[in-house]
Design a binder for this molecule. Structure first.
Ligand SMILES: O=C(O)CCC(=O)C(=O)O
Ligand SMILES: [Fe+2]
Length: 401
């Protein structure tokens, strides 16, 4: 393939741009137990003229998504310095957002849309117990109307938008090429048939998140959990590896492991759509956000995330054109894919991608919610283990707590 063009953001020192202090990565933890060993993929190898190099890359990805469902991506075209500038902008947002903007841009997740500012009091519009998580989420309309953006970020929207455009149009497109090749489909199969389009994030989201240390009462109520174990609803999620270790993945041995810090790397996680389209060959990544190791408990954690969404009107089924699926069939025992398959075989309609996304956003619960986080309500015992169980539009989802 022709070499991918590296990211060239608009200048940070254009006239009229206020000074933005650098983001200094906090120290990493000294703890080394309970960390996952993830495979790292060098995306620039996709550009190689040597077909053996490219084949090896596809094989590596195939193994990584089968074994872990999570992978690191490196050499994807954005330098560490460019990335740190984006973290600096997120840090600047939380140091400068006005109380007026917090009020004016307050999110309404009950509508199924995350768009706007999330206060640090849970995942509902009304204020619940503090969870210490602030977010700003960009959704379609937020890119189109500057009034929907906190004032302090207005001078930097050129950089933020260019960053998101590069992530979707270049990084995610190349990643979907790799995944299409794993399924032995044409390069643009997933990009053209499944990925939602429109600048810069289609029907997906870009997020600046800040996790502040929590009070003792919050930690006790949530048992150290910051976000429930879940899978993301879309195609792929691009998370940036961060020094404060809170993100955990569910291992094959049914234990949670922290994702290690790899400076500059992207953490790629596979969403429900990709699990279904691949007939269970790719497994949606089960992950959660948990309190960090003791030596990081007092630190703030910034996290930048890009959620790539599938076309909202589609109802997902496995890509029958895939020679891999034709040859090997679907992986029948696999999570959400299995639920969608069972519904389809009963002659019922599965939710559209938009319905699937919106129902999960609108009914999200808090880890501090003692009323729902109980066996018999949102939890069940399976082989003596407590699992989180939700039902969305008749589709059951069982996840580790
Ligand atoms: O902040 C993170 O590392 C992960 C957040 C996450 O999993 C999500 O928002 O879906
Ligand atoms: Fe997630």
């Amino acid at each position: 393939m022709a070499p991918a063009t590296p990211f060239h953001p608009p200048a940070a020192d254009l006239p009229g741009k206020p000074f933005v202090p650098d983001w200094v990565p906090p120290p990493i933890t000294k703890q080394n137990e309970n960390f996952a060993k993830l495979k790292s993929i060098d995306l620039s190898l996709l550009d190689s003229d040597d077909p053996t190099v490219v084949d090896n890359l596809i094989q590596q990805v195939k193994v990584a998504i089968r074994d872990d469902g999570f992978l690191f991506l490196e050499n994807y075209g954005i330098t560490l310095e460019q990335l740190h500038r984006q973290f600096a902008l997120a840090q600047y947002l939380y140091n400068n957002i006005s109380e007026d903007d917090k009020e004016r841009l307050l999110f309404s997740p009950e509508t199924g849309v995350w768009s706007g500012y999330k206060h640090p009091y849970g995942f509902k519009r009304h204020r619940g117990p503090p969870d210490g998580i602030e977010q700003f989420n960009w959704y379609k309309p937020d890119w189109e109307d500057i009034n929907r953006i906190p004032n302090c970020l207005h001078p930097f929207m050129d950089e933020i938008e260019a960053f998101c455009n590069y992530l979707t149009q270049s990084v995610n497109r190349r990643l979907l090429t790799v995944f299409s090749r794993v399924l032995e489909l044409p390069d643009d199969y997933l990009w053209e048939n499944v990925q939602s389009h429109g600048s810069p994030t289609g029907e997906g989201y870009f997020r600046h998140a800040l996790f502040r240390p929590v009070r003792k009462e919050t930690e006790e109520a949530s048992k150290g959990l910051r976000m429930h174990g879940h899978t993301d609803f879309g195609l792929t999620t691009l998370l940036f590896s961060v020094p404060i270790s809170c993100l955990q993945i569910w291992g094959r041995d049914e234990k949670w492991y922290y994702v290690p810090y790899k400076p500059g790397a992207l953490v790629i996680n596979i969403g429900d759509t990709l699990e279904i389209v691949s007939g269970g060959h790719f497994k949606a990544t089960r992950h959660r956000v948990f309190k960090p190791p003791v030596d990081q408990l007092h630190e703030e954690r910034l996290s930048l995330v890009l959620f790539n969404s599938s076309v909202g009107d589609l109802r997902m089924t496995p890509a029958k054109e895939s020679p891999l699926i034709q040859r090997e069939g679907c992986i029948e025992e696999q999570g959400v894919y299995k639920e969608f398959r069972d519904r389809t075989s009963e002659g019922k309609l599965v939710p559209t991608n938009r319905e699937w996304r919106e129902i999960q956003i609108s009914t999200a619960t808090d880890p501090t919610d003692r009323e729902h986080n109980r066996v018999g309500v949102h939890q069940v015992l399976v082989d003596g283990k407590i699992m989180h169980q939700r039902e969305y539009m008749g589709v059951k989802v069982l996840l580790p707590v």
